[in-house]
Structures are given as C-alpha cells and as structure tokens.
Design a protein around this ligand. Structure first.
Ligand code: ATR
Length: 298
C-alpha cells in the first residue's frame, strides 16, 4: 500500500459500517492489480448524508463508493444519472463520480445472477416457481432478476403484508409472463398451500442472530432438488439453511453474491473485468471473507 498525491479514493457508505467486508474485498483487488486507489469505510449519520454526497461529488480524487444499509434507496434522489436497472429496482448500491456528477448502479443484479450461474450451472430460472421471504431493500434486485428470467410464479411472504403488496405493485408493471403473489408471512405456509417451489430465497434479516427463529417449516417439501438460498452469509448456516440441510435440500448462503456484486462494482470504477479468471478470484475472496467471520461481517 503506497498512498501518494495521485491516490484516488473509493469506499463504502453506510450506518453502521464497522462490520463491512467490502474494504477487505476491494483492498485485495486494488493490490492484485497494483492500482493507486484506496478503499475506506465511511460511517455517515443519516442526518448528514446529503452533506457527505455533496462533498464526495466535488472531491476530484473520489472515484466512487458502494452504498449500503440504510441508504440504498435514499441515494437515488441525490444521484444525477441512474442506470435503467437501478431505476426499475429502486435501489442503488454503487456510485461512480465523474466531473462532479454521480452515476448510480445496482450490482446486486450481477451478484445474484452470477452466484446462481456459478453454483448451479444447469439451473434455468425460466418457468420456475419461487418462494421469497421478505420484501425489504434486498428483495428488490432479486425480484428484478427472477422476473427478467421469466420465472413462472413467485410468492412473496412478508411480516408486514402491505410491504409485500407494495413490492408486487411496483414490479407488476414490468411483468408479462410471471405471476406475483404477496402474502403475510406464515411459518406453515408450505404445508397450508401445498406449494412445491423450485427455489426458496430468504431476503430478510432473520437468521443474522443465532437466536433468530426458523422462518419456514420445510418438512412438507418432497423434491430434494429444491435450492434454499439465504442472502445472509454470516453466520454461514442460518437456522433456515440448517433446517434445509437436515431435510437434504440444496443450500447456499449470500457470500458469493456479496463478492460478485463487489467485482461488478470494481469493474465500474476501474474498467477491470476479472471474468476470464473469475473462479480463481472468487475462491481467494471467499477465503479472505471467511477469515474475517467472527471479527465482523457484511
Ligand atoms: P434490507 O435492506 O437488508 O432488505 P430491510 O429493508 O429493513 O432490510 O428489510 C428487512 C426485511 O426483513 C423486511 O422484509 C422485514 O419485514 P417487514 O417488511 O415486516 O419489516 C423483514 N424482517 C425483519 N425482521 C423480521 C422478523 N423478525 N420477522 C420476519 N421478517 C422480518
């Protein structure tokens, strides 16, 4: 690491931010490609968010930043140009700054898409039935990808029914082939409805704590090919994934998505595309992130 007068700044903006793994991921990439960049965590109180964005937009050696909880939606109104995807999703997780203008992207789309492609190369989402838990910020990019891939049907279960309904309403205008259903969260939903989904995705924050409830009764699932995907990556095995494993279902946590969205953000800032050597970088970054578990996360 060699900071000098030409060093450009990258970072991640959130509140809180101490748990973020993004600095570890990007610092590895910066060093790997010998770039004169530095990636920092920025802890900004929501009351000062506006000032911070104004500041970085006018900082001529600021290249861009990741945006995380709770700012992924708020940032949109401060962003000069939004990508088509960010507009539809209604969330930005990556900002680039050029000539005092800000550009907003959502690289969770790439992260989610690629994580499925890499881990389940033969999976075709078209015509699949999906059960999604949660209707918060993290669910939006997921829903966007699923609908773009023309799944047959998605059932959204959410604690606050109105949030699920609002999400459904927002995306209905973009949907042609897929059926969207929004229901209040119910632990016994699968046995009551008889639904046999191909994919179950948890986008809620339930599972972050060891003491968290199991979200869903999986006992009625018959098809052992079902994939249970939890966007949480720390702990690596949430109560939901643990139960899924016990039921011999296929499980996946959110670590690959975290790393892959970071690689896409890095590409937007630097133009460097690691696609040709993706699996090697992914493996190294998995190890770097896993080493950090216990010391912090995200
Ligand atoms: P993120 O941006 O990480 O998605 P969020 O926008 O706060 O975070 O959304 C969190 C999601 O987890 C929401 O769907 C939330 O449900 P509500 O819409 O009812 O708030 C869900 N969630 C959080 N705590 C929960 C709990 N204890 N049980 C069930 N769902 C919960």
């Amino acid at each position: 690491m060699n900071i000098n007068g030409q060093t450009k700044i990258l970072g991640v903006l959130g509140y809180p931010i101490a748990h973020s793994l993004s600095p570890h991921i990007h610092q590895y990439l910066i060093e790997k490609f010998k770039l004169n960049l530095f990636y920092l965590p920025f802890k900004v109180h929501p009351d000062h968010f506006n000032l911070f964005i104004q500041g970085i937009t006018h900082l001529n050696n600021f290249l861009g930043c990741n945006i995380t909880v709770p700012f992924k939606r708020t940032i949109m109104k401060y962003t000069k140009v939004l990508s088509e995807e960010a507009k539809i999703i209604g969330a930005v997780n990556t900002l680039t700054i050029h000539n005092n203008n800000s550009y907003g992207y959502n690289t969770d789309v790439y992260g989610f898409q690629q994580s499925l492609k890499i881990n389940f190369p033969s999976l075709k989402l078209k015509d699949k039935v999906v059960l999604m838990l949660g209707a918060g910020g993290a669910s939006r990019a997921i829903l966007y990808v699923l609908l773009k891939e023309k799944i047959k049907k998605i059932v959204i279960l959410n604690r606050t029914e109105s949030h699920g309904q609002a999400l459904k309403k927002h995306f209905l205008r973009y949907v042609k082939q897929s059926e969207i259903i929004a229901m209040p969260h119910d632990f016994y939903y699968l046995s009551k409805s008889g639904l046999q989904p191909d994919l179950i995705i948890n986008t809620t924050s339930v599972g972050l704590k060891k003491s968290d409830n199991l979200l869903l009764d999986l006992k009625t699932l018959k098809n052992k090919k079902i994939i249970v995907y939890d966007l949480i990556y720390n702990p690596p095995l949430t109560p939901l994934l643990h139960a899924a494993k016990k039921n011999h279902l296929t499980v996946m946590n959110g670590l690959d998505m975290l790393i892959l969205q970071a690689l896409n953000s890095f590409n937007l800032w630097t133009g460097i595309n690691v696609e040709g050597d993706l699996l090697r970088h992914l493996n190294i970054l998995r190890r770097i992130c896993m080493k950090r578990y216990g010391r912090g996360n995200s």
